[in-house]
Design a protein around this ligand. Structure first.
Ligand code: SAH
Ligand code: SF4
Length: 363
């Protein structure tokens, strides 16, 4: 039996094409697109300004299917975390962080991550698969609906960061389509400055993002030199700092903000000394940037430790003296393991699984 198209997978352009195949006019596609994303409607029968015949047709030929919520946690500080099932026992996590004047949703882009940064819980788990457009947009669709208490024009999420599980730029096509939907005025209407992609530095994909859908960019730097970055962020061996920083400069030619945010996880005794801060200043001298220092968030089985507040403060001060704005990321939701780098979901690592299967058939 053919599977009904999931409308959460479609950009407005895609949905217009789909409707054309059904003999429906473009403005009908736009109407349905608005119902789904602007109001969070998941039921065709409730789309009251559509002809009954179209509602019936959609009800039998299409679906609106976000990933299934498999768990929900609320932190004492108001942070919320959802676990979304992504099939075959796997799941990803999404975090909502309320602040006085904005609500930020941290969205996952992959089930696990293949890049294996040692300080990251997601990286420890290995990789299963890319998320679909519907699974990424579905995280936002669901969060807005839940936070506003049902179908509503109110949308609690004002900012999106692709900083959950996974490396967004290794799921390029789906991420780009999901971003287009997030930015579309007929959907969530988020400005490019309020949507941030965080990357460990996939250089060619940074160039593609600049061309296709430039949004705010955060780059996970974590080290001032290649020797240390090779260890902390292994993808650095493929795209070393010189190439990464050049890509940052190219990105800025077409970016909605005039600076790159460099994320820097503070690991005690590893990358947090005044010497590292000074080397960092030198290294990024050419790049308009701000720093976001992230105190390391521990998870079971890690040997890394969080830098002391004094070390973080001293590091921040050296950067400030060098003329760079550096903020320290507040740890939110750590009582529900929702802080940066703690997102684990449920990942069956396909790389390891394949190795186990091969071992099982070996003579
Ligand atoms: N793969 C992308 C986006 C997801 S990770 C990237 O690496 O940028 C989002 C941010 O959390 C990155 O800056 C990452 O380095 C950081 N992070 C990962 N593990 C962490 C941990 N245990 N404590 C604090 N930050 C962490
Ligand atoms: Fe992947 Fe980012 Fe974690 Fe590195 S820090 S393993 S790139 S999710």
């Amino acid at each position: 039996m053919p599977i009904s198209p999931n409308l959460l997978d479609y950009t407005l352009e895609g949905m217009t094409g789909l409707f054309a195949e059904w003999g429906e006019k473009p403005f009908r596609a736009r109407q349905v697109f608005r119902w789904i994303h602007q109001r969070g409607e998941g039921n065709f029968a409730a789309m009251t300004d559509l002809a009954q015949s179209l509602r019936d047709k959609l009800g039998s030929a299409a679906a609106i299917l976000p990933p299934r919520v498999a768990g929900e946690h609320a932190s004492a500080d108001g942070t919320r975390k959802w676990l979304f099932a992504t099939g075959t026992g796997n799941a990803v996590e999404t975090v909502f962080i309320p602040e006085p004047r904005r609500g930020t949703l941290c969205v996952s882009s992959q089930v696990g991550c293949a890049l294996k940064c040692g300080f990251c819980s997601t990286g420890r788990q290995g990789f299963n698969r890319n998320l679909t457009v519907a699974e990424m947009v579905g995280q936002l669709w669901w969060a807005n609906r839940f936070l506003s208490g049902g179908v509503s024009r109110e949308r609690a999420v004002t900012n999106v960061v692709l900083m959950g599980m996974g490396e967004p730029l290794l799921n390029f096509e789906n991420v780009a389509a999901a971003l287009e939907i997030m930015l579309d005025d007929a959907a969530y209407g988020l400005s490019r400055r309020r949507v941030t992609v965080s990357t460990s530095g996939i250089v060619p994909a940074m160039d593609r993002l600049r061309e296709r859908c430039p949004v705010a960019l955060a780059v996970s730097l974590h080290a001032p030199d290649d020797a240390l970055r090779d260890v902390l962020v292994p993808i650095n061996k493929k795209y070393p700092l010189r190439e990464l920083l050049a890509a940052c400069l190219r990105y800025l030619e077409n970016a909605p903000r005039d600076f790159i945010t460099f994320e820097y996880v503070m690991l005690e005794g590893v990358n947090d000394s005044p010497r590292h801060a000074k080397a960092l200043l030198k290294r990024v001298a050419e790049v308009p940037c701000k720093f976001n220092l992230i105190p390391f968030n521990p998870f079971p089985g890690t040997d890394y430790r969080r830098s002391s507040p004094a070390a973080v403060g001293a590091f921040q001060e050296i950067l400030a003296e060098g003329g760079r704005v550096a903020t320290v990321r507040k740890t939110r939701g750590d009582d529900i393991d929702a802080a940066c780098g703690q997102l684990a979901g449920q990942v069956e690592d396909r790389t390891r699984l394949r190795a186990r299967r091969l071992a099982a058939v070996a003579p």
